[in-house]
Design a protein around this ligand. Sequence first.
Ligand code: G1P
Length: 292
Amino acid sequence: MIDIAVIPVAGFGTRFLPLTKSQPKEMIGIVDKPVIHYIVEEAAKSGIKTIVFVTGRHKRAIEDYFDASPELEYHLEKQGKYKLLKIVREISNMIEPIYVRQKEAKGLGHAILMAKKVIGNRPFAVLLGDEIIEGNPPLLKTLINKFETYRAPILSTYEVPWEKVSSYGVISGKPLEEDKNLYLVEDLVEKPAINEAPSNLAIIGRYILTPEIFKYLEMIKPDKKGEYQLTDALKLLNRKDSIYAYKFEGLRFDTGNKLEYLKATLHFASKHPEIGEEFKSYLREFLEKENL
Ligand code: G1P
């Protein structure tokens, strides 16, 4: 059973400067919830109880968000704002957080290695802190179910336009006869040039890993930028053991990217129970007025 997940959140969020100068990128809001809320919610809905946040300096806002807030709760109670009180309490009850620090931003592989002592000898999930993925059931739940059958690392992939492959880890593999969306991974390459990419199946931010990964994370060398890449450790592991990759076909927003962030905002605003309908009619007016 997978009941623990790692979420690396130590990155600087340079793609969103200056907004991220004094605010963690994971706390940027989409309508009325920070990005990290959507990600943690996916983990909770997938049956994960404990989350190991690999955090760094200037990320205290994340810890406060998932903690109890007695003063705020007292204030809401006194004012009779019970609906908001319930929302606020539910957030601190959603998961059991554990925080470990990554002293230097040395890549995704290094961040995951920081969780080794907490994870120990059990399989675990990884969710990347800036990708919101909409799946029903949640993508992570699907991966957990596949893990129960195959008992091997399960990655998630997404078909991206070829000109985008160099922004991702990319896999090649063979779809299984009995499960066409599941690939047996043959090769993995981190951020290949377009002419060196083995396919256009990009690795996206949900993984199920087995504890063997830590051994390989300790063996890999840093890349040209000094970063230790999870993909490189997976490549080594794949020489000995099978790795599978599930092809996801639903909605995915990389909220670390400005345009994708705006798309996510439109998506969640138009579905919002309070403002959704009004927002959509405003949007129609706006498009007409702007001649779009
Ligand atoms: C990381 C991984 C990459 C993966 C990507 C998904 O890259 O290293 O393999 O495709 O996340 O978002 P990053 O975006 O952190 O550079």
